[in-house]
Design a protein around this ligand. Structure first.
Ligand code: BGC
Ligand code: BGC
Length: 822
């Protein structure tokens, strides 16, 4: 999948400050105080078991403070080895969205399982009299076991919300648990219980709904599916996993929908809207809760004692453990990723310290020894972690490959699992328009299927699919998947029709109907943050209009992680289906869109919006119960075949002021946005050259013998979040004349610190005259403060050299972004 212009837009937005929403506070009058007594009480879920507590007592009596601290630390697969676990006795590991065995996103299930065995065995190694404490491996199985080739990929939560079927959620949870078991992990970082209030948020699709009712109804169902029925013998045993309620809390309500931002709601809204999923999840026995990256009135959740401790643990009675989120502790004030006693002291029990674990371990140990972290707090954290391990039967369990379903490859993408995913796709579709009864497609029709997403399983699956961003996959990576085109073709031919896939939309023979499948390209987390709810791509509109002018009825199948302003596309189509991010079973779309042999629907639409659909591109936040609620399609809207599906012509005024530039794109199409392109020193010149369009690139020519530079520079900007998220600087370039001396790439911060990479060896003998792309992670410049970057790109040469550059922007790390110097 290509790095698309959508990513560009996503990046722009990820860096733009959120605009103030209309119906929520825009200024912060200081934090209201949390009154735990105002919060709900629960049973606590699984009761404390005195036998288990006695086993914990006995174990802890033998544990050194080193072993205790190690339990509280979770490292990421890319920076930890079984040997490290043997040495440090870490309590847990995870595989982050881009973390795969040996860097291979296509690693086979057997390789994952073998690694799980190695890590487990390392944790159980008692040589030298050490204690055997099984480690936990956590993974983001957030829409099926989505990091594993061949697994069943379910629709993302936004689509599941539209299905309004809690029973189905339980089945999906159960299937996900079974598939994760195959590769030996113990724990999934799901479900997400965000109640998403602003669709500009890049994680909108991870939430079931904008309203707490769906989230509260689904939370216990998913937890039951993943962990088993509380009180039954199978709870946390056998095929079951440990689940995580995340991100506690308020993640879906940040100002402007900014990821990791600040939630300014009142205590009552915080509790009743954003907190709604937690009490039911706890009642269902959820064993872990993940702290949110976000803040409430300026205080980061990772350090919020009144919420983590007083509300969650004491008031709600949660007796499992709280895990942090990807170095999130480093954002607590006075903390860094490698030192944060404040988080543990506030009630965090396990730090998610992907790459920071080693130093964090040393610092936490010192803090525990000095008493900065009170002994009682450390012991409580360890007790909670051990409690979950005992409850899950890990002390009795054999190595992962010998556990139930371990290595049983027939379970990954099993036909009965795919069938449930396909049902979920059917139930997640929402019909927004169906003029002249163009749907369902009829027997004998000639159907043209086109659009960029028609035959792309990766795109229909969205972020968190094999890679963090869900990019860089091909259909071959989904051996048990089917594209939307694949499903349509089967169903259309089954009723005597003709299906034609057209990559560019052209046709030799006029079709009876054209189906255009298009939509957002995959993204995850803040990469998906936007400034508005516009759909700026033209990957559907021109096609739809062309067919319409030719008198060909059109069906739009729109893939998206959120509700977007689609008035022009709605006007240009007879039928419009919001399909969200359906996952690997494209056939579920055809099940509903293509009639049976008698022309009657095989399945009707049952999905209804769990997110309000905007009337303009600036109508956000937009939520049911808003005082002046005026959506285009209200929460709960969804047509069936029995309804009159016609729709009056809609206004095509987006409400947007002007095209806004963005901070994440530093240089594109010859423009630098808010920064300037300058030369520094004598002997370097800049000229405009053509790549794809007139003067869309710049050529830099060094003729002198003194060091001189070209820079893209401007006001100090905070890219700490991007650096933590492993974003890099992506450069599209063409070497015109190889350097005769030294070439250095650099960035600079507001303090004047310059981070450099010597590119001389990299350029030595490199190919000239062709365009290529290279990327460097922000982390390649460790001395520069990413929180105050001024020069985002600098190139210095001290001898003749000519290079043309067409594009400089932030790009996500998909494995290819490193610190290349040779
Ligand atoms: C995300 C979490 C996820 C974790 C581990 C974080 O960046 O916010 O949702 O579970 O990474 O991949
Ligand atoms: C990881 C994700 C994580 C993100 C945090 C990525 O590199 O793969 O799992 O959520 O960084 O920003």
């Amino acid at each position: 999948m290509r790095l698309s212009s959508l990513l560009l837009i996503a990046l722009l937005a990820s860096l733009a400050a959120g605009c103030a929403p209309a119906s929520e506070p825009t200024t912060d009058d200081g934090p209201p105080t949390i009154q735990p007594a105002n919060w709900p009480v629960t049973s606590g879920g699984l009761a404390i078991d005195s036998d288990i507590e006695a086993r914990i007592d006995a174990l802890m009596a033998q544990m050194s403070v080193e072993e205790m601290v190690a339990q509280t630390i979770q490292a990421d697969l890319t920076t930890v080895t079984p040997e490290d676990v043997r040495t440090y006795r870490l309590g847990s590991i995870l595989n982050g969205g881009n973390s795969d065995p040996y860097g291979d996103i296509r690693a086979p299930a057997e390789t994952w399982l073998a690694l799980a065995d190695s890590f487990y065995e390392a944790s159980m190694d008692t040589t030298g009299g050490r204690l055997a404490i099984p480690l936990l491996w956590g993974t983001d199985a957030v829409h099926g076991h989505n990091n594993i080739v061949g697994a069943t990929v379910f629709p993302h939560n936004i689509g599941l919300g539209a299905a309004r079927n809690a029973e189905l959620m339980e089945q999906i949870g159960a299937i996900t648990a079974r598939e994760v078991r195959v590769t030996g992990m113990d724990w999934t970082f799901a479900p997400t219980l965000a109640v998403v209030r602003d669709d500009r948020w890049g994680r909108t699709y991870e939430g079931y709904a904008e309203h707490p009712e769906v989230v509260a109804a689904y939370a216990p169902a998913v937890v039951r599916g993943l962990q088993g029925e509380l009180g039954s013998d199978t709870f946390l045993q056998g095929e079951k996993l440990i689940a995580t309620a995340k991100h506690f809390m308020g993640d879906g309500g940040t100002l402007g929908g900014v990821d990791q931002g600040d939630n300014l709601s009142s205590e009552a809204d915080f509790r009743d809207i954003h907190g709604a999923g937690y009490p039911p999840a706890i009642e269902a026995g959820v064993q872990t809760v993940m702290a949110s990256f976000s803040s409430w009135h300026g205080t980061k959740m990772h350090g919020y004692e009144a919420l983590l401790n007083d509300v969650l643990k004491e008031r709600m009675g949660f007796n499992g453990f709280v895990v942090g989120d990807w170095n999130g502790h480093g954002q607590v004030s006075d903390c860094t990723t490698t030192s944060c006693p404040a988080a543990l002291n506030a009630g965090l029990d396990m730090y998610m310290a992907p790459d920071s674990w080693e130093e964090l371990y040393e610092n936490t140990l010192a803090q525990a020894q000095s008493g900065e972290i009170p002994r009682a707090r450390l012991e409580d954290a360890v007790r909670r972690i051990l409690r979950v391990k005992f409850r899950a039967g890990l002390f009795e369990a054999p190595r992962p490959s010998e556990r139930l379903l371990g290595g049983d490859l027939s379970v990954l993408g099993a036909p009965e699992h795919l069938a449930v995913a396909r049902q979920a796709v059917r139930e997640s579709l929402v019909l927004l328009k169906n003029a002249n009864g163009v749907l369902p497609l009829q027997p004998g029709q000639r159907v043209l299927v086109t659009g960029e997403a028609a035959d792309d399983i990766g795109q229909q699956s969205g972020g968190w699919t094999l890679t963090w961003q869900g990019t860089n996959t091909t259909n071959a990576d989904f051996p048990n998947g089917q594209s939307i085109w694949g499903g349509l073709q089967e169903a259309i031919t089954a009723i005597g029709g003709t299906a034609v896939l057209s990559a560019d939309g052209s046709y030799a023979q006029t079709p009876d109907v054209a189906v255009v499948v298009f939509g957002e390209e995959p993204y995850a987390e803040f990469i998906g943050d936007r400034e508005d709810v516009d759909y700026p791509l033209d990957d559907g509109l021109t096609l739809l209009r062309t067919y319409r002018e030719a008198g060909i009825p059109t069906v739009a199948v729109f893939l998206s992680g959120r509700a977007l302003w689609m008035n022009p596309e709605l006007n240009a189509s007879e039928a419009f289906v919001a399909a969200f991010l359906p996952g690997s079973q494209g056939a579920g779309v055809a099940d509903v869109l293509v009639a049976g042999p008698d022309g009657a629907p095989r399945h009707d639409f049952t999905g209804t919006l769990s997110y309000s659909w905007p009337r303009t591109a600036v109508q956000t936040p937009l939520n049911r119960d808003d005082p002046a609620y005026d959506p285009l399609f209200a929460y709960g809207f969804g047509l069936t075949y029995a309804d009159d599906g016609s729709l009056a012509v809609l206004s095509e005024e987006s409400g947007l002021e002007a095209e806004s530039g963005g901070e994440g794109v530093f240089f594109a199409a010859g423009e630098t946005g808010t920064r300037t392109l300058e030369t520094r020193g004598e002997g370097v010149t800049i000229t405009a050259v053509d790549r794809d369009a007139q003067e869309d690139s710049r050529q830099f020519t060094w003729s002198g013998t003194n060091p001189a530079s070209v820079v893209i520079t401007g006001e100090a900007t905070d890219y700490a979040r991007e650096a933590n998220g492993e974003l890099g600087l992506g450069i599209q370039y063409r070497l015109d004349a190889l350097p005769e001396g030294t070439v250095t790439l650099f960035v600079e911060d507001a303090a004047g610190t310059r981070g450099t990479l010597d590119l001389t060896a990299l350029l030595d003998g490199a190919e000239t005259g062709t365009w290529g792309t290279v990327a460097f992670m922000l982390r390649c410049f460790p001395d520069v403060d990413p929180a105050s970057l001024t020069t985002v790109f600098g190139l210095e040469a001290d001898a003749p050299f000519t290079v043309s550059i067409s594009d400089v922007r932030l790009v996500p790390n998909e494995g290819q972004v490193l610190c290349p110097t040779s």
